[in-house]
Design a protein around this ligand. Structure first.
Ligand code: GDP
Ligand code: IMO
Ligand code: MG
Length: 443
């Protein structure tokens, strides 16, 4: 069967930790979209691993696959694999031949476009990893795919079209100078040798067929989403989004497993018990209106370590946003929830959630489709009883019933509102600091 792990909010919900928590029975862990814009944390044997491309399960010896829906920067991939090898972990990573390659010029284009958009406040605050431009090339039918790196003649043909195209855009549209990142001969040379390493290490696969064979063999497959539902190019807060589909549908398109396969499995929504966002865009429950709110935000940021894994940027924080989660529950068809960071809330003097929105006097239970109207929404807040910090390791040992009553009331509210059971609760960053109620793989 498959278990799909999806961010329910704006990324950094703790997906890496949940892949680790539920992933023991999995034989294969697959990323289905995004690239090295992701930063997934796994704590294993007291050691913290921050992974951008290598699927989280590879830390524990699972086969890691980067599906066709991913955009792969081979430099990052090899650096990450080499670093892990130095740490004594030899990850088995396969890359879909249909996945698109992030080339050096994509990062430059990402920066140029963000800069140009900033005059109109349209920049998304990207991670600068070239994600958007690479997906643009994919959809524009001028991209370079991983399989192309294995055939130098094909690679040359592709580059001979696309490099002059981008040089012209940089020079003629943006009036900027092109640097070495646009040097066709240098790119060709480097990426031919990257293709040689991929071939030598036998890393490339026809992902759909590879995964289907595993599945028919009875292997368990975990599908690891990156980013989150409100960063989805279709279902997120466009244009302040990423350029792929983190939602569960992306798990089909981005792997070559059919919707009936993914749909027969479980889809777990990972929820941070409050809200965080790196990057721009509106945020109705953001804590920023006055000094008191800013102090609360600062406290959450410090307690929760809310600084970007990839860029180190301080994350914006706010109260849990129920309309956003109702939207995510529908768009993904969650079968279960994993709620993280309950321990962080315990340190706060007050606790609220955005239960609904007020938009021009009308009460909304879910997100309006345009970001402009979403920005006009005022969160209708509900207060909850707080709970004090306790010995979270002991609570994790004892189980759900050992949680403070007020914390259980908060979780019940969430589960009832989303009409979805809670499978796991995170009370700290370690795998042992989790309470598991349901294990999604029926092993
Ligand atoms: P991801 O991108 O969704 O995988 O999440 P990140 O790794 O970017 O960010 C989550 C951060 O929160 C990591 O530093 C985790 O170790 C940490 N974390 C995850 N779950 C919990 C939790 O329940 N409590 C606390 N305090 N930290 C957690
Ligand atoms: P994980 O997988 C949080 C945000 C960026 C920016 C927008 C577009 O760790 O949850 P991009 O570089 O993708 O073009 O940036 O998306 N973003 C993330 N925010 N977590 C992530 O990944 C993110 N990946 C991208 O900050 O607002
Ligand atoms: Mg992250």
């Amino acid at each position: 069967m498959t278990v799909t792990i999806v961010g329910a909010q704006l990324g950094d919900e703790g997906k890496g930790g949940i892949v680790d928590l539920f992933g023991d029975p999995a034989d294969v862990v697959v990323r289905y979209q995004g690239g090295d814009n992701a930063g997934h944390t796994v704590v294993h044997d007291g050691e913290e691993y921050k992974l951008s491309l290598v699927p989280s399960g590879a830390i524990r010896g699972k086969i890691g696959v980067l599906g066709n829906g991913c955009v792969v920067n081979p430099r990052t991939l090899f650096d990450e694999i080499d670093d892990l090898r130095e740490q004594g972990i030899d990850p088995d990573v396969r890359v879909a031949e249909r996945a698109h390659v992030i080339l050096p010029y994509h990062r430059v284009l990402d920066g140029i476009e963000e800069e140009a958009k900033s005059d109109d406040d349209l920049e998304a605050g990207t991670t600068g990893r070239g994600i958007g431009p690479t997906y643009e090339d994919k959809v524009g039918r001028r991209g370079v795919r991983v399989g192309d790196l294995l055939d130098p003649d094909v690679l040359r043909d592709r580059l001979e079209y696309v490099v002059p195209h981008h040089r012209a855009i940089v020079e003629d549209v943006y009036g900027a100078e092109v640097g070495e990142e646009f040097d066709l001969a240098a790119i060709y040379e480097e990426f031919v040798s990257i293709g040689e390493r991929l071939a030598a290490e036998d890393m490339t696969v026809n992902a759909g067929e590879f995964l289907d064979a595993k599945r028919r063999n009875g292997d368990q497959i975990m599908l690891e989403g990156a980013q989150g539902t409100s960063l989805d190019i279709d279902h997120g807060t466009y244009p302040y989004v990423t350029s792929s589909n983190p939602t569960a549908g992306g798990a089909c398109v981005g792997t070559g497993l059919g919707p009936t396969v993914v749909g027969q499995g479980e889809v777990i929504g990972v929820v941070k018990a409050y809200l965080s966002r790196v990057g721009t865009g509106p945020l109705p429950t953001e804590l920023q209106d006055d000094a008191e709110e800013e102090a609360l935000a600062e406290q959450i940021r410090e307690e929760g370590g809310e600084y970007g894994t990839v860029t180190g940027r301080p994350r914006r924080v706010g109260w849990l946003d129920l309309p956003m989660l109702r939207h995510a529950t529908r768009a993904n068809g969650f079968t279960g929830l994993a709620v993280n960071h309950l321990d962080v809330l315990a340190t706060l003097p007050e606790l609220k959630v955005g239960h609904a929105y007020d938009l021009d006097g009308e009460e909304l239970q879910t997100m309006p489709p345009t970001t402009e109207r979403w920005a006009q929404c005022e969160a209708k807040l509900r207060s909850f009883e707080t709970w004090d910090p306790v010995d979270w390791n002991a609570v994790a040992d004892e189980g759900y019933e050992a949680l403070p009553e007020a914390a259980k009331a908060y979780l019940s509210y969430l589960s009832d509102e989303l009409d979805t059971p809670i499978y796991a609760v995170g009370v700290g960053p370690g795998r042992d600091q989790s309470i598991v109620r349901v294990r999604p793989f029926d092993d």
